[in-house]
Design a protein around this ligand. Structure first.
Ligand code: F0G
Length: 477
């Protein structure tokens, strides 16, 4: 058989379904550490919570602390792998495998060549804001269109290695799309729990095509996640939400790849959207590990941006000084981050503090405008990703970000993930009543509704002339 066509499906002897909920997941070479009481163990229960205090677990590898990992050597190994056609090296995640938990065999790895995403400059936004070193790390360019793939390749690999037949997640859409794809590639079945009517069709359709059992539950995301946590105690399904620490290990590679793209010169700021807060936790963990290993000379500030209507972390920090979670009843058109009780809030508080980052919230109108601005750069993203640009502008105004600093916005999802939002925006249906005159005028600058014309040359030429008259360059003249 052609080597490049080697199947990602597991071997047929993988039939050892864990048949009881007490089964443990044992992993050599690294261990699980509780972020609350600090107790460490070689195994984790299926709900990935500490058996002593019920807090979340993280993965640590004591060998990293030793001098076995030389920063310059690592950089050169990772660079060399970019020219390799070996299966693992083609993945922008497994290319960095020295900082990931190692599977027992390479054959267990489930990969869709995730990662390897572009770092774009944003010339229009740089010009408008005066911040010349402004970049977007576009995780929406992953195989299923979101950053979730970088974590899913690792977690699906360990699910397959442990012999699971079923994997499951609660989701606002992207996790389910990603999980269903990786389960299909890994020869596993997938169970998706999503809030009925609250996720975009485009994400839902991905899960269907990849063959997931898709349950639309009459609740919100938080309700779906609560149910999943109960389910994993009762049924032999492997949980693939970001509570699963393997997910976060894979998502760390966003930061590794970003720093490599910046020739290992740390930016001053990395700005990321916050929903369930797994991604910010993963990026923060990566930055701290990179700093400890000497891969970078200092820490960038990691800031988290939330939608005003789903601002649990903002409130947790302001009202409870990060000591306990202040949950909210979440509501936002940026449905990917419509989350009121983020599971990884404590991990996020820790990395925000460790990197001296900020936490900011942005309005629905600010999100829509930022999304249109990213579209105008020829890039585009889904609404949840656009909170980063909206938040960046706020942080620039408050002086937290300075115009001579280097800033990276993490765009988490592809423009095509939420076409309804985009169409509603351009047709003027998003804020029919809620925008005031000034806001409406501001938004109108970015609206490009489709025009329906008679199929005549004259009609098209007239439309062209009209568009030319109202184009930004003719305004300026
Ligand atoms: N951006 C997008 C596009 C997302 O899909 C999500 C989360 C986030 C940002 C927030 O990341 O949860 O790690 O803080 N989506 C999850 C899902 C919840 O189910 O797809 P987070």
């Amino acid at each position: 058989m052609c080597p490049a066509a080697t199947s990602d499906r597991g071997s047929e002897d993988r039939s050892s379904d864990p048949s009881n909920s007490e089964s443990k997941v044992a992993q050599p070479g690294f261990h699980f550490r509780c972020i609350g009481c600090g107790s460490a163990a070689q195994t984790a229960a299926q709900n990935f919570r500490c058996s002593r205090c019920d807090n979340l677990l993280e993965i640590t590898d004591s060998s990293w602390a030793r001098d076995t990992l030389d920063a310059e050597r690592l950089k050169s190994i990772w660079r060399e792998r970019r020219f390799s056609n070996a299966r693992l090296d083609l993945s922008g995640v497994w290319r960095f495998r020295e900082l990931l938990p190692a599977p027992a065999s390479e054959q267990n790895v489930v990969t869709l060549r995730e990662g390897n995403t572009p770092l774009y400059d944003l010339p229009l936004t740089s010009h408008a804001t005066g911040v010349s070193c402004l970049y977007a790390k576009h995780q929406g360019m992953n195989p299923t269109g979101s950053f979730k793939d970088t974590g899913m390749t690792v977690a699906a690999t360990f699910a397959r290695q442990a012999g699971y037949r079923w994997v499951a997640c609660a989701s606002t859409g992207n996790t389910s799309a990603s999980m269903a794809a990786y389960a299909a590639r890994g020869g596993m079945r997938s169970l998706v729990l999503v809030p009925d009517g609250k996720i975009s069709w485009s994400k839902l359709s991905q899960a269907l095509d990849y063959g997931a059992l898709t349950c639309q539950l009459r609740t919100d995301f938080d309700g779906c996640l609560r149910l999943l946590q109960e389910l994993v105690k009762r049924a032999p399904v492997y949980q693939l939400n970001s509570i699963n620490p393997f997910r976060l290990e894979g998502q760390k590679t966003l930061a590794l790849e970003l720093l490599e793209q910046l020739d290992w010169k740390p930016p001053d700021h990395i700005i990321v959207p916050g929903g369930n807060l797994g991604n910010s936790s993963a990026i923060g963990k990566a930055l701290l590990e990179m700093n400890a290993l000497g891969l970078i000379s200092h820490l960038p500030k990691l800031s988290v941006i939330q939608a005003e209507g789903a601002n649990a972390l903002v409130r947790t920090l302001h009202e409870a000084q990060g000591k306990h979670l202040v949950g909210v009843q979440a509501e936002t058109r940026a449905t990917a981050i419509r989350i009121g009780s983020p599971a990884s809030w404590e991990k996020a508080v820790k990395v925000l503090r460790a990197t001296a980052g900020a936490c900011e919230q942005v309005s629905e109108i600010e999100i829509a405008q930022a999304k249109a601005e990213i579209g105008a750069e020829g890039i585009g993203c889904e609404p949840a990703s656009a909170v980063t640009l909206a938040g960046f502008k706020k942080l620039l105004k408050t002086g937290f970000v300075k115009s001579d600093e280097t800033v990276v916005l993490v765009l988490t999802g592809n423009l095509l993930k939420d076409p309804d939002f985009t169409m509603d925006f351009h047709r003027g249906n998003l804020f029919r009543e809620s925008a005031n005159e000034g806001e409406a005028a501001q938004l109108n600058r970015f609206r490009h509704p489709p025009v329906v014309l008679d199929a005549t040359l004259n009609a098209v030429i007239h439309a062209l002339e009209k568009a030319e008259k109202s184009s930004p360059s003719s305004d300026a003249e």
